[in-house]
Design a protein around this ligand. Structure first.
Ligand SMILES: *[C@@H]1O[C@H](CO)[C@@H](O)[C@H](O)[C@H]1NC(C)=O
Ligand SMILES: *[C@@H]1O[C@H](CO)[C@@H](O)[C@H](O)[C@H]1NC(C)=O
Ligand SMILES: *[C@@H]1O[C@H](CO)[C@@H](O)[C@H](O)[C@H]1NC(C)=O
Ligand SMILES: *[C@@H]1O[C@H](CO)[C@@H](O)[C@H](O)[C@H]1NC(C)=O
Ligand SMILES: *[C@@H]1O[C@H](CO)[C@@H](O)[C@H](O)[C@H]1NC(C)=O
Ligand SMILES: *[C@@H]1O[C@H](CO)[C@@H](O)[C@H](O)[C@H]1NC(C)=O
Ligand SMILES: *[C@@H]1O[C@H](CO)[C@@H](O)[C@H](O)[C@H]1NC(C)=O
Length: 494
């Protein structure tokens, strides 16, 4: 409370004088302490039925952001909601038990959403599960849109598995079987059946195959299989997981991740450098994993090389990044060619750039060593000029130097977010590329969720393992193997 009032006193004074400079002088720790309750409340405000910005959304349903038009965000997106729910479930699992009723309302709302016939299709053949967004009163949105978007069911399944595993640990197996599994089952069946068909990427623009989508599909099938076994159920779709891991390798070009194929489908002529790839690393982060390249773990040489390429692509193009040189954190957007709302940095992209590094720090500590490879050398050289490839065990001074430099770099992204957070702590979707002033929808649910997960990882608060270490065998030949699913309406009752 004290920190919060200090923050506001400073922030209000700064709004009168020079917002950026005064807020920047506050250290990042006090910013985080002040922003945390604002971010959680920001999420809750956007959830029905009681959130003060939720506009009558059904129980457990969240709007994407506080904007009726331009952009029209008073709808509920399966992806945004599931990623936000993953963040809330983490808060719940790490002690905030008061969030449980909302988690259960969310699961009930998703069971209903699964049954809504929509322009992507019905539940009966699974196709309707790929619909990106719905009206907040739980009816289909029938206007034109980039559909289907196939990552939604996978990230929803991962959210539900995290809660379902908690129920199992609590001895509430019946609830896991009756209320959670039937929803997860449909989503896993969808992934197993449709993963190799084209769809729109998470930015809703490119119709093809997308790195984030394939990666979260793979993770969902792997953890879904374990969850099914724990419940005495079967997941036929889960058996194709190795084919997805194989496809995932096809996005790697030797230095960076090409986030979407075919690039030719993209009117904007993107290179494929896209924060899609850094978001992927944080969403497939497994605290028990080694620095595995094939699953693009945050501490892997691939993820670090790609982090540099992605972050660097925003250095020269945004006015706000002037003077922020190699090795210093910058404002980060979706992809350099972006023109949506003027093509600006996004809070969730800047936060993901920090979060990936906190994840990597956790993994190095877990392994008691850092291995600098030729591939990751350019990433490390920016932070520590002259550093050489090699293995640095945790008891060496160099390990301490490296981890301290990486942490400072990661905190730098949070300082950038802090600098462009207005006095009231509200996080919109974007901040202007030249002035840093907020742009696009205010109170973006996903921005707040991204803040909470980034600062949880900074505190060493990590999710459970999804079993990635047992899913590293890449088949010699890639195929589009899929399994036709069967689907049924779920009817959770708490
Ligand atoms: C909603 O609650 C927030 C506090 O979280 C407050 O700042 C805001 O003014 C409220 N908005 C409305 C429309 O009531
Ligand atoms: C826990 O969640 C509730 C909402 O259910 C919120 O009001 C409260 O501030 C949270 N507590 C902490 C410590 O974050
Ligand atoms: C649900 O919301 C949509 C969009 O706002 C509206 O057109 C429709 O009439 C509503 N349906 C019901 C049953 O309230
Ligand atoms: C289907 O899988 C093959 C083999 O991995 C891959 O080359 C192709 O790009 C995939 N297509 C889609 C749309 O996922
Ligand atoms: C997406 O691409 C596929 C394969 O090229 C095509 O069949 C489908 O019609 C496209 N969808 C849209 C909405 O353009
Ligand atoms: C991989 O992608 C990066 C970023 O676009 C690019 O700089 C590099 O030249 C590409 N490498 C290959 C081998 O195509
Ligand atoms: C790493 O790069 C150096 C210098 O280019 C080269 O001599 C060495 O063989 C490379 N090591 C590996 C394992 O590729």
């Amino acid at each position: 409370m004290l920190l919060k009032s200090v923050f506001f006193a400073n922030a209000i004074a700064s709004a009168v004088a020079s917002p950026a400079s005064l807020q920047k002088r506050q250290d990042v720790d006090s910013y985080i302490e002040a922003e945390k309750p604002i971010a959680l409340q920001g999420i809750l405000n956007n959830f029905g039925p009681n959130g003060n910005l939720s506009r009558g959304a059904a129980p457990g349903v969240s709007i994407a952001g506080n904007s009726e038009t331009n952009p029209p965000y008073i709808y509920t997106w399966t992806r945004d909601s599931a990623l936000t729910m993953q963040s809330l479930i983490h808060e719940f699992l790490t002690g905030n038990t008061s969030l449980e009723p909302l988690i259960q309302q969310y699961i009930t709302s998703q069971a209903k959403i699964q049954t809504i016939t929509n322009p992507s299709g019905p539940l009966s053949d699974g196709s309707g599960l790929g619909e990106p967004k719905f009206n907040i009163n739980l009816t289909a949105y029938t206007g034109p849109w980039g559909r289907p978007q196939r990552e939604g069911p996978a990230v929803r399944a991962s959210a539900l598995v995290a809660y379902g595993n908690h129920l199992l640990e609590q001895g509430q197996r019946d609830k896991a079987v009756q209320n959670v599994w039937p929803v997860v089952r449909n989503d896993l069946a969808y992934v197993g059946q449709y993963w190799n068909q084209t769809g729109f990427d998470l930015w809703e623009e490119v119709n093809g195959t997308s790195f984030f989508t394939t990666a979260v599909h793979h993770k969902a099938l792997v953890e879904g299989q374990t969850f099914a076994e724990a419940l005495g159920q079967t997941c036929e779709g889960c058996t194709v997981a190795p084919a997805l891991l194989c496809h995932l390798q096809e996005f790697w070009n030797g230095t960076a991740i090409v986030s979407n194929y075919p690039t030719a489908n993209d009117p904007k002529g993107r290179s494929g450098v896209d924060i899609n790839s850094v978001l992927t690393a944080i969403h497939v982060f497994d605290p028990a994993a080694r620095c595995d390249d094939v699953t693009f773990q945050p501490c892997s040489a691939r993820a670090l090389s790609n982090h540099k390429v992605s972050v660097d692509s925003f250095r020269a193009i945004y006015g706000v990044n002037q003077g922020r040189t190699a090795g210093q954190a910058v404002a980060v957007g979706r992809y350099p060619e972006d023109v949506f709302m003027g093509g600006n940095p996004w809070y969730l992209a800047t936060l993901a750039s920090a979060e990936m590094l906190y994840d990597a720090l956790h993994q190095w500590d877990h392994q008691h060593a850092i291995h600098i490879m030729n591939l990751s050398l350019p990433f490390f050289t920016d932070l520590l000029p002259g550093i050489k490839p090699g293995v640095y065990p945790s008891e060496t001074p160099t390990y301490q130097k490296i981890t301290s430099a990486v942490r400072t770099y990661a905190d730098g992204f949070l300082s950038v977010v802090q600098e462009y957070t207005p006095a009231d702590g509200g996080l919109s979707e974007e901040y202007d590329r030249d002035t840093g002033v907020q742009v696009s929808a205010p109170d973006l649910t996903w921005s707040y969720a991204a803040f909470l997960t980034a600062v949880a990882r900074r505190d060493g608060s990590v999710p459970s393992s999804w079993g990635s270490s047992a899913a590293l065998k890449v088949p010699g030949k890639c195929t589009g193997a899929s399994v036709k699913g069967s689907y049924a309406a779920a009817k959770p009752s708490w």
